[in-house]
Design a protein around this ligand. Sequence first.
Ligand SMILES: Nc1ncnc2c1ncn2[C@@H]1O[C@H](COP(=O)(O)OP(=O)(O)OP(=O)(O)O)[C@@H](O)[C@H]1O
Ligand SMILES: [Mg+2]
Length: 343
Amino acid sequence: MIEFKGLTKVYESGDQPVRALDGIDLKINEGEIFGVIGFSGAGKSSLIRCVNWLEKPTNGSVIVNGKDLTQLAPKQIRDVKRNIGMIFQHFNLLNSKTVFANVAMPLKLAKVPKSEIRERVTELLEFVGLADKADYYPDQLSGGQKQRIGIARALATKPSILLCDEATSALDPETTNSILQLLRKVNKEYNITVLIITHEMTVIREICDRVAVIEGGKIIEEGSVFQVFSEPTTNTARNFVSTVMNDTLPESIKKIVRNNAGFQKVFRISFVGESAGQPLLSKITKKFDVESNVLFGNITELQGVPFGNLVVEFIGSERDINRALLYINQEKVAIKEVEANAG
Ligand SMILES: Nc1ncnc2c1ncn2[C@@H]1O[C@H](COP(=O)(O)OP(=O)(O)OP(=O)(O)O)[C@@H](O)[C@H]1O
Ligand SMILES: [Mg+2]
């Protein structure tokens, strides 16, 4: 469990003080995958670095597994830190050491006996799928493989928390996906709480349970991934959601709607959950004398549940269309007419 209470961080190093974090209140539950998303400079790295004491808060507190770090002596802080692993955007591996030695490093520092180190590193390399690369050097690995090594190293001391600072930002989409799946496996199999900071909404969509949006050092929105995706309340959150769920009508479709105003009825149907799996449109065509024509759509999956919206033209008599609408409403599917001048 990680909790921030009134967390403020002011950097005094430059000409002018920078208020990177400004009164953060946030709670990350044990066992969840929590994402913090924000634009560059929002304060993401500052926030995550306060968890493992790479940065010291100016004000407020950081509570890790029930212990307020701001109240601990250096030795106690070291104990808490041993319980926290971290991975980085640029992997931060030592190029002069082999993969084995990189993963073994935290264990060596903790003075774990050699035989135990060998056993643990072997197990970890197997876990991340790179058992055959133990004697390679980081330069001989791809970015995705380097991050796998980064993950193995972060898990070496059996932490209960894994911090990920833009861990997939240097990777292509496919590799990103495989790393995210590995992080999910870390979370599920070892029951490790994962805190991810990112500027990519795809990362949030793929694996997070809950998400917070950070801007100007403040949390401006927070909720389950489903909540924030389906009903973002701030412009920033809406912008992030639109990067993966583009739901503004393309100009070409708007034109069709405008040109044919009065002849057709165009609706936006929002699918949430199970309803998206139903062959709703074909049912309507069968049940009523209404033809449907999908003009535009965007359906994705959030935490294993289908989610999205379709812009559909219904062709038929007003009476039949109204009956179809009534039916759709009963199915608990949100439907709204798209106006000719709609956005
Ligand atoms: N060591 C430092 N000294 C002075 N200012 C800093 C320091 N580290 C960060 N800042 C400033 O604090 C603010 C937040 O920085 P931070 O690195 O937390 O942002 P971020 O959200 O991680 O950005 P990015 O997505 O670019 O990594 C920025 O204005 C940054 O310039
Ligand atoms: Mg950063």
